[in-house]
Design a binder for this molecule. Structure first.
Ligand code: SF4
Length: 309
C-alpha cells in the first residue's frame, strides 16, 4: 500500500522528518488534492485531515491521534453558527480553513491565512457584503487593516491568542539596545500585537520573509506564532537571531497542544494503518464542504500563476 505522510509546520522536528511533505494549510491541501496514493497520514489536526479526505476521497486518511483538534473548532457551536448564518443570509460567508467539515458546508468560501486578504478583497470588489468566521482576531485585523465592517464570529486560536502586546513591547524596547528589531505575527494573534507587527502573514509568508531577510544579521527578529515554525526558520537561516515572542506569562514558549499530539510513535503506527481514520464524512457533507474549498484552491492557483508569469 502506498502511504503519503503530510506534516504541518507546527509539529515537532522529529515528526516533520518523517513526512514526505511539510507545509502550511494551503500547501498541504494542494498536495492532498493532486497526489495519487492509497493512504495519507496527516500529522496535523482533525480539520486538516477532514479537508484532505474531501479533496482525496479515494485515499484512506489517518490522523495519528483523535484528540488532535483545534480551539477554533471546539469553540464554535454549529447550531449557533447556523442561526448567525441565517441572520446574515444576504452576506457572503467566508470561513477560515480552521473549521469543521460541517462548518464548511455552511460557507461560501474557505480561506487560509495566506489567501484571506485577496479573496475577501475580490468579494468586496463585486459589491457584496461579507461575514467572517470563526477566528475573531483574524476578522478584527481584516476589518482594521482594510476598513471593512464584517460581522465576525467569536472564537480564537488558544495558542496565538496568548501573545500579549505589553510583554512584546517590553521585549522590543530592551532588544533595541542591541540593534534593529522586527516583529512577525500570524493573523490569529490579538489585534494590538498585529498593529505593532512589521509583518503580518501566514506561516509560509513569515518563513519566506525570514529566508529572504537581507538586513543586519545582528537584528533581533521576534516571531508571534506557534513555536514549531521557529525550527523551520532556524534551519533556513541559522545565523539569524530568531526569538519566539513572549506570551502573557512572559515565557518564550507557545506550543499547540493539539499539534503536539502527533508523536513519533503515533505517526509510525498511523503509517501502518492504525490511528483515527477519517471515515465518518458522508457524501452529502463532502459534496457541500468541498465546493467552497475548491473555489479557494482555484483562486489560489490562478494567483500563483499570475505571480509566476
Ligand atoms: S495553533 Fe491554534 S489554530 Fe492551529 S491547530 Fe492549534 S489551536 Fe488550532
Amino acid at each position: 500500500m502506498n502511504t503519503l505522510t503530510l506534516a504541518h509546520y507546527y509539529t515537532t522536528p522529529d515528526v516533520q522528518a518523517m513526512a514526505d511533505y511539510v507545509g502550511d494549510s494551503l500547501e498541504l491541501a494542494l498536495i492532498a488534492q493532486r497526489e495519487q496514493t492509497d493512504r495519507i497520514v496527516f500529522a496535523g489536526v482533525q480539520f486538516m485531515a477532514e479537508t484532505t479526505k474531501m479533496l482525496n476521497p479515494a485515499a484512506q486518511v489517518i490522523l495519528p491521534d483523535e484528540r488532535a483538534t483545534c480551539s477554533l473548532v471546539t469553540q464554535t457551536d454549529i447550531e449557533a453558527l447556523k442561526q448567525w448564518r441565517e441572520k446574515y443570509h444576504d452576506h457572503v460567508h467566508v470561513s477560515y480553513i480552521n473549521s469543521s467539515a460541517v462548518h464548511k458546508t455552511l460557507s461560501d468560501w474557505i480561506v487560509t491565512s495566506r489567501n484571506v486578504d485577496d479573496i475577501i478583497a475580490s468579494i468586496y470588489a463585486e459589491g457584496k457584503q461579507v461575514i467572517f468566521s470563526p477566528d475573531r482576531n483574524m476578522g478584527a485585523y481584516l476589518n482594521y487593516q482594510y476598513g471593512y465592517n464584517m460581522p465576525v464570529w467569536d472564537a480564537v486560536c488558544e495558542v496565538h491568542d496568548k501573545f500579549k502586546d505589553e510583554q512584546i513591547q517590553y521585549m522590543i524596547e530592551h532588544a533595541k539596545a542591541d540593534g534593529d528589531v522586527y516583529l512577525l505575527a500570524h493573523p490569529e494573534s490579538p489585534l494590538p500585537v498585529l498593529k505593532r507587527a512589521d509583518v503580518v502573514g501566514s506561516t509560509k509568508q513569515m518563513l519566506d520573509w525570514v529566508n529572504k531577510f537581507n538586513g543586519d544579521i545582528r537584528s533581533t527578529i521576534y516571531i508571534a506564532t506557534e513555536e514549531g515554525l521557529l525550527h523551520n526558520m532556524r534551519t533556513l537561516r541559522p545565523e539569524l537571531n530568531l526569538q519566539q515572542a513572549p506570551i502573557y506569562s512572559g515565557c518564550q514558549c507557545n506550543a499547540c497542544p493539539y499539534m503536539k499530539r502527533n508523536t513519533v510513535d503515533l505517526v509510525k503506527r498511523a503509517k501502518q494503518g492504525e490511528g483515527f481514520e477519517i471515515d465518518y464524512l458522508d457524501d452529502d457533507i463532502i459534496e457541500k464542504a468541498k465546493a467552497p474549498i475548491e473555489r479557494m484552491l482555484e483562486f489560489s492557483k490562478q494567483q500563483m500563476e499570475k505571480t509566476a508569469a
